[in-house]
Design a protein around this ligand. Structure first.
Ligand SMILES: CC(C)(COP(=O)(O)OP(=O)(O)OC[C@H]1O[C@@H](n2cnc3c(N)ncnc32)[C@H](O)[C@@H]1OP(=O)(O)O)[C@@H](O)C(=O)NCCC(=O)NCCS
Length: 175
């Protein structure tokens, strides 16, 4: 399969309807669907910081040739202990762009970007026990499985286990 060229870019106003779809169309976002959410939150957030805040942000995954927004990657600052935070990243692609080699590369690109522009040592990512695509994507993006977070999230009517992964600054980039 030929690689689809992608890049990460800042969110633009035209991307807000996609974010609103993820908040209001059941399961468009996949297993992370958590019920209907305020569709006015994306314009508020965009006006506040353009999704490029100091401690959290989003970037659009753009398919270069078509200038199409395939989805977004996200990052949020977390503190495990001590004084130095790490990033936790996430991703959601629109269904038509899934399974085409974009997800793992977008997450690898986001790690390279965050390691390049911030001094963090660790980037974490969680996923669901049944999310094989994301588990494989994270490993291809240079992450290692750290363990199972037992009953870590309430989702689809039950407390469910999660899988926690990380990539450290010294781990090789697959790109
Ligand atoms: C999870 C997600 C980011 C993966 O990105 P993707 O572009 O679909 O995946 P890729 O094409 O990069 O594939 C990466 C690996 O996963 C495998 N894969 C992709 N889709 C799969 C599926 N539905 N079932 C099993 N494996 C799958 C690929 O074969 C590849 O592994 P391989 O190289 O060993 O063959 C994307 O599917 C998505 O956005 N899903 C909905 C939102 C979501 O689940 N986000 C993560 C929440 S924790």
């Amino acid at each position: 399969m030929d690689e689809i060229p992608i890049r990460l870019r800042p969110v633009a106003e035209d991307d807000l309807p996609m974010f609103q779809r993820f908040l209001t169309e059941p399961f468009l976002i996949g297993l992370d669907w958590a019920g209907f959410r305020d569709a006015q939150e994306p314009p508020r957030r965009f006006a506040a910081d353009g999704y490029l805040g100091e401690d959290r942000g989003r970037l659009i995954v753009e398919v270069e040739q078509e200038s199409a927004a395939a989805g977004f990657v996200s990052y949020v600052s977390r503190l495990y202990g001590g004084v130095a935070p790490h990033w936790e990243i996430g991703i959601a692609l629109l269904p038509e762009w899934r399974g085409r080699g974009i997800g793992w590369r977008a997450q690898a690109m986001l790690c390279d970007y965050l390691f390049s522009h911030t001094p963090v040592r660790r980037i974490a990512a969680g996923t669901h026990a049944e999310n094989t695509a994301e588990q494989k994507s994270l490993v291809k993006a240079g992450f290692q499985l750290e363990g199972v977070i037992r009953a870590g999230e309430f989702r689809a009517g039950q407390w469910r286990d999660g899988y926690l992964y990380s990539r450290l600054r010294d781990d090789p980039s697959p790109l």
